[in-house]
Design a protein around this ligand. Sequence first.
Ligand SMILES: [Zn+2]
Ligand SMILES: [Zn+2]
Length: 380
Amino acid sequence: MKFGSLTGKVVAVGTAALMIFGHEVSAHGDEASVYEAIQDQLVGKQIFFGDLHNHTGYSPDGSGTPKMAYESAKMNGLDFIAITEHSEGLNLIANEEEGVNTPLPYRTEWEDIQYQADQISDESFTAIRGFEWSDPYQGHFNVWFSKHYTDVFRSPGTPSMKPFWNWFQTDTSLLGGSDGIGGFNHPGREPGKLDELAYVPEVDNRVISIEVFNREDIYDSTYVEALDNGWHVGAIGVSDHHGEIWGDPTFARTGIIATENSHEDVRAALEKHHVYATQDSNYQMVFTGNGQMMGAELTNEQPVELNVMGHDPDQGETIVKAELVTNGGKVVETYEPANPHQTFEWSTTTPETTESAWYFVRVTQTDGEMIYSSPIWVNR
Ligand SMILES: [Zn+2]
Ligand SMILES: [Zn+2]
């Protein structure tokens, strides 16, 4: 969904709102001010939908090949996708034709995931290589964009995450992962919960996400826990797909707000947490604080004006409520539209507090599907 190349104040508010969300919005009163507060963040931007967690037969529990996965995701309308195999065994020779032909020149599976990504990526589709560090006790962690990978044999997770964090900070010339970014997967599904999500300041700027949706599961309380512990993570939704219908519209997705559909812009948007998790395949959401896009860290600004715009392009897809959630998972305020509409616009301010706080927006649709924004941090 393209926002269009709007130029700030030239476009009348009502008209621009209509252009942006592809739907007629009667912009007046509060609605007009919501749009005005947000519009600087939207110029030249688009929302892209992707899925950052997928497996193929290169994982022991997956099926098919990365080539099939990238093609399937593209066909299903995703703008970007990452293949994130369990990394034990990625040094095997790739056999991308299901055992019929051994490709020449030989490539390892790790190399083939990147090779196939390079083949299919273009200005409308970004294929990303990643891997899933998978520890049976601590749980799983995805790394994207790194030249090298590691696994639990080289970076064991028991008794602590330290060996993995060490690898994540080691230079690529020493086979480390300091060029990658990563995120917490289905946190808490395994008992160690990644060292109980203990904060590690040295890697905070490259641990950029947490899975709020993985398959059918919702990780609401661990999202809150990670933020309370100090992590600066954005909310993503993923399929963690192990079958052969990669990118299926019924799977959870991640929306990102970026300029171009490219590896650079997708990565930059993830690093800035201009990202949200959605169970709905095409839900559009923008959340700002004092005019800064979600993911922003504001300092000593009080109160902060928060603005939210949400839109579902599908007829009849309305919301029940939008909630503003803060430290400890406390709901600060709930917005319930009087006349439910495919579009909503909500403006509010942060409560009076002397504490540092984070705020995210949690939307519930009439059909029960949910959308989580990334946070805005207000530091004191
Ligand atoms: Zn996993
Ligand atoms: Zn997985």
